[in-house]
Design a protein around this ligand. Structure first.
Ligand code: 13P
Length: 250
């Protein structure tokens, strides 16, 4: 089955509105006519209206780095899925390792957010991945299976179509230590098998699994070029138009 690759930029807590606009203005000409892959930008919520406006008329999508699971309410500092959609966002990251590590997000919270995103027609990119100690203890498969099972609780095969998974080994994020294609392929196979166990082989075969963790222009081809790797979630190297465009064109 052929899956259209998704190349996503996670800008984390970087850029002002002016810098975001300048990025898009420089980036769009570099990927004009690029049809092979989907492209999505994930800026901070305050930058979203600017980015949505700037990408208008192109095929580049914009989304949130995080949403709350509640539709609205007294949740200071949070963003709802309705607010995301109202400003034109179409995608959201869920359960990024930095959210898990610094903001206490558990598989249970990830699961609630996934239900909310699907209910409102926002494309969810569920982030999972092991920390170094887990890999060194030989627990990678167990951790990935637990994260997939936790995230997917109560999700039906019928509803699962839009879900994207991003495998981001925590030890590879922002460290310059990229997973080898073999490590990534191995993890993706474990994840796909777990999705198949939960939701059936058809859903699993259609689900896109991205790799994230120190993806750069000089290593992207060896990763995204693999049959089992359906795109990339890029942090640092997505902040500059030319390096992100080079990754899109892997
Ligand atoms: P880096 O590409 O900077 O390692 O970040 C990866 C990431 O966390 C994307 O979500």
């Amino acid at each position: 089955m052929s899956r259209k690759a998704l190349i996503a930029a996670n800008w984390k807590m970087f850029k002002t509105p002016a810098e975001a606009r300048a990025f898009v203005e420089a980036f769009l000409p570099l990927v004009a006519g690029h049809e092979r892959d989907e492209i999505a930008l994930f800026p901070s919520p305050v930058l979203l209206p600017t980015v949505v406006e700037a990408v208008k008329g192109s095929k580049v999508a914009a989304g949130a780095q995080n949403i709350h699971f509640a539709e609205e309410g007294a949740f200071t500092g949070e963003t709802s899925v309705g607010q995301l959609k109202a400003v034109g966002g179409t995608h959201t990251l869920i359960g990024h390792s930095e959210r898990r590590q610094y903001f206490g997000e558990t598989d249970e919270i990830v699961n609630k957010k996934l239900h909310t995103a699907l209910k409102h027609g926002v494309v969810p990119i569920v982030c999972i991945g092991e920390v170094l100690a887990e890999r060194e203890a030989g627990k990678t498969a167990e951790v990935l299976k637990t994260q997939v099972t936790g995230a997917f609780a109560g999700i039906t095969a019928e509803a699962a179509g839009p879900i994207v998974i991003a495998y981001e080994p925590v030890w590879a994020i922002g460290t310059g230590k990229t997973a080898t294609p073999e490590i990534a392929i191995d993890a993706h196979k474990i994840i796909r098998a777990e999705v198949a166990r939960l939701l059936g082989v058809e859903v699993a075969a259609a689900m896109r699994i991205l790799y994230g963790g120190s993806v750069k222009p000089d290593n992207c081809t060896s990763l995204i070029g693999q049959e089992e790797i359906d795109g990339a979630l890029v942090g640092g190297a997505s902040l500059k138009p030319d390096s992100f465009a080079a990754i899109v064109k892997y």
